[in-house]
Design a protein around this ligand. Structure first.
Ligand SMILES: O=C(O)CCC(=O)C(=O)O
Ligand SMILES: [Fe+2]
Length: 427
């Protein structure tokens, strides 16, 4: 794995000499910074492998093994031993002294059993740098990451009905990406539903046809939108209410999703690697409210180490009928992923299949003012790294190795982000 100096994408394949997204030539210091074992493993895998997708997966596995050896098992609640006040199983060789009446001896255990009991069966966890992961209550998540989790967001019967509808609909699109003439398929399928909120707070379906969100996210010009079923429209009402409830001030009363971008993962090998979502259609500091249906998978948020703070990984169980809302600077400063796993908890209706419907608000008024063309003459993608918004050649539908080196800062996005942040931080 190596990190592009221009757009900060983590390029999974060490065999590539230019960035898979922005095409920037790999800087020598990136190579030097690599762990040589990791690089050798993935290069070997790239040579052995018949197709690019396999070698990317192998490179990701090896990176994950190194980084996340101590990550919590996804299916078990993770309790911090220190928090639980447990002793190791082996009997201590020296018996513990009898309790004394010293005034300094705590009269209560130093751990909060009530708090631990109140954690859900699958709690969220946070891990800073190399420290062991610790469990956090759902209500604490927004204090460790720009995100919220809301469990049981839909009436259960509606969640089940929507899941059955999504399962029955076989028409999910597998996007592709091409590097150096070699085309690989995405490790998940997607489908985009365009919706519109009416005056009364109800949602209606917009017809199918070309869809900007699907095109931007999917990397395929063939991507299109589909009409939403009544269950999805009903779900949109609950998702909107829940997302507004937790939204920062800038979007508290006026956030209305215009699209539900769906993902379908059939089994634990289907996944999406760490990324941030494209900002051109949604604008800066967007709300993305992801409804999970079917088998539970682990949704991860990661922020890289800075001069002031260690890296942080927040793991959230994306379980059936839960909503994970990303907001504030989540797309700007953090990356998210759905981790690959060797064991997916079996869901009674969906088996090992998980769906997510990521509700987003497209902002055409922003896109119109922000759009720029790259050197190839195509609309550029808008991204953000280290607080700077910039345009880069968009890989959608093209060969990533043919991408131009266009890079320009976006003053429009920067101003809009400043405006939204000022509202969020006021009062
Ligand atoms: O499946 C998920 O929860 C995340 C999907 C995602 O990251 C995306 O649609 O951009
Ligand atoms: Fe995403």
């Amino acid at each position: 794995m190596w990190v592009c100096t221009a757009c900060t994408l983590e390029n999974e394949n060490d065999a590539y000499l230019s960035c898979a997204v922005c095409g920037t030539t790999r800087a020598p210091e990136n190579e030097a910074a690599e762990d040589s074992r990791d690089a050798a493993d993935s290069l070997e895998a790239a040579e052995d492998s018949r197709d690019a997708a396999d070698s990317l997966d192998a490179a990701e596995d090896s990176r994950k093994r190194q980084r996340e050896e101590t990550a919590p098992a996804p299916r078990r609640p993770t309790f911090d031993l220190a928090q639980l006040g447990k002793r190791p199983r082996a009997a201590p060789t020296v018996p513990a002294p009898p309790p004394t009446a010293s005034p300094r001896a705590p009269s209560r255990p130093s751990f909060d059993l009530g708090r631990l009991r109140s954690l859900p069966a699958r709690p969220c966890t946070v891990r800073d740098g190399d420290a062991p992961p610790r469990s956090v209550a759902d209500a604490e998540v927004p204090s460790v990451a720009p995100a919220h989790i809301v469990r049981r967001v839909l009436p259960p019967a509606l969640a089940d009905a929507l899941l059955r509808k999504l399962l029955a609909d076989g028409d999910w699109h597998r996007g592709t990406w091409t590097v150096g003439g070699k085309t690989s398929v995405n490790a998940r399928r997607t489908r985009s539903f365009r919706i519109r909120m009416t005056g009364g707070g109800e949602f209606e379906a917009l017809g199918g046809g070309a869809d900007a969100q699907a095109r931007e996210e999917n990397g395929s010009s063939r991507a299109r939108g589909y009409a939403a079923c009544p269950e999805l429209l009903e779900a949109a009402r609950f998702v909107t209410a829940a997302a507004r409830e937790v939204a920062p001030r800038s979007w508290k009363d006026n956030w209305e999703p215009t699209v539900a971008f769906g993902n379908r993962y059939d089994g634990g090998q289907e996944h999406v690697g760490y990324h941030s979502d494209f900002l051109m259609t949604m604008g800066p500091r967007p709300i993305i409210a992801g409804l999970s249906l079917g088998a539970t998978r682990e949704f991860r948020l990661r922020r890289e180490a800075t001069d002031y703070a260690p890296s942080r990984v927040v793991c959230m169980p994306a379980e059936h009928n839960s909503l994970i809302v990303m907001s504030r600077d989540c797309q700007e400063e953090w990356k998210h992923s759905v981790a690959k796993t060797s064991s997916v908890p079996f869901h009674a209706v969906a088996g090992e299949t998980r769906f997510s419907l990521t509700f987003r608000r497209n902002r055409p008024e922003f896109s119109q003012s922000a759009t720029r063309n790259c050197n190839c003459g195509k609309p550029a993608a808008l991204k953000c790294a280290k607080g700077r918004y910039y345009y880069t050649c968009c890989m959608a539908g093209g060969d990533a190795s043919q991408k131009c080196s266009y890079y320009a800062r976006s003053a429009v996005a920067q101003q809009e982000a400043d405006r939204l942040r000022a509202i969020d931080e006021s009062g």
